[in-house]
Design a protein around this ligand. Structure first.
Ligand code: NAD
Length: 251
């Protein structure tokens, strides 16, 4: 037996970074995985990687800001693998600007991808979790404190953290646990793109240890391990929690 034997999981943003690492780990731990991403080719590549390791996975092209796509991801889990037990709401985007340089459309898109998506995925997934389940939402250290040049992102991730608590209360009696995982800087394509948006050299950006007592960025695998804990029965009495995985940054 492994942590997710006989479980079916959806991972949004599963084509890259934290989502990819988690999809691979979930599959190694026995789950059948729906890899949902707006990047169709990337999702297929991860599903194939899982298949090549002897795991079970299917890719779904989905924009998590669109309700029909969220519903389709859930339907795919149920129709392909016979149910749904774990949902990792992880897809997210960031704009590294102050309020002055952000358009209203950009604000709306960040909110749609980071916040509306969690609502929509939960709305469609919870009724499919007939035997209870575990939902993990990706917040951020910047959902728990402020951050510079990222007003829409900070607002969106604070919403994810508190929406998680509200969902946990509403669905506890149905046996559905809902928690957030809150990474600090993690070495993914998103973080490298942030360095580019800020016109900062990656090496200097990554070496900036002011925010990080451990003096390094995390790896996607280190976040995935925390997600696995929350997703599995090892966390059977954990719900509504905001688990911080940031090398001590928030401390
Ligand atoms: P990433 O860019 O490597 O991966 C994000 C994935 O989400 C990509 O595959 C992308 O195609 C997908 N995606 C984007 N918009 C989507 C949409 N509308 N519908 C479906 N998929 C979409 O980034 P990552 O660093 O792995 O980020 C994953 C999550 O972790 C995000 O929610 C991010 O905000 C959060 N996070 C990251 C860090 C970090 O330092 N990397 C820190 C804290 C929180």
């Amino acid at each position: 037996m492994t942590a997710l034997t006989d479980k079916v999981a959806i991972v949004t943003g599963g084509a890259s970074g934290i989502g990819r690492a988690t999809a691979l780990l979930f599959a190694r731990q026995g789950a059948a995985v729906v890899v949902a991403d707006i990047d169709a080719a990337g999702a297929v590549a991860v599903a194939e990687e899982i298949g090549n390791e002897g795991g079970r996975a299917v890719a779904v092209e989905a924009d998590v800001a669109a309700e029909a796509d969220c519903a389709r991801a859930v339907r795919t889990a149920v129709e392909t693998f016979g149910g749904l037990h774990v949902l990792f709401n992880n897809a997210g985007i960031i704009r590294r600007t102050t309020a002055l340089d952000l358009s209203a459309d950009e604000w709306d898109r960040v909110m749609a991808v980071n916040v509306r998506s969690v609502f929509l995925m939960c709305k469609h997934a919870i009724p499919a979790m007939k035997d209870g389940g575990s939902i993990v939402n990706t917040g951020s250290g910047w959902g728990l404190k402020g951050g510079g040049n990222a007003i829409s992102y900070c607002a969106s991730k604070a919403a994810v953290v508190n929406m998680t608590r509200a969902l946990a209360i509403d669905h506890a009696k149905a046996g559905i646990r809902v928690n957030s995982v809150n990474p600090g800087d993690t070495d993914t394509p998103m973080l490298r793109d942030e360095a580019r948006q800020l016109s900062e050299d990656w090496a200097a950006f990554a070496a900036d240890a002011a925010d990080r007592p451990m003096g390094r960025a995390g790896s996607p695998d280190e976040i995935a391990q925390a997600v696995l804990f929350l997703a599995s029965d090892a966390a059977s009495y954990v719900t509504g929690a905001a688990l911080v995985v940031d090398g001590g940054g928030l401390a």
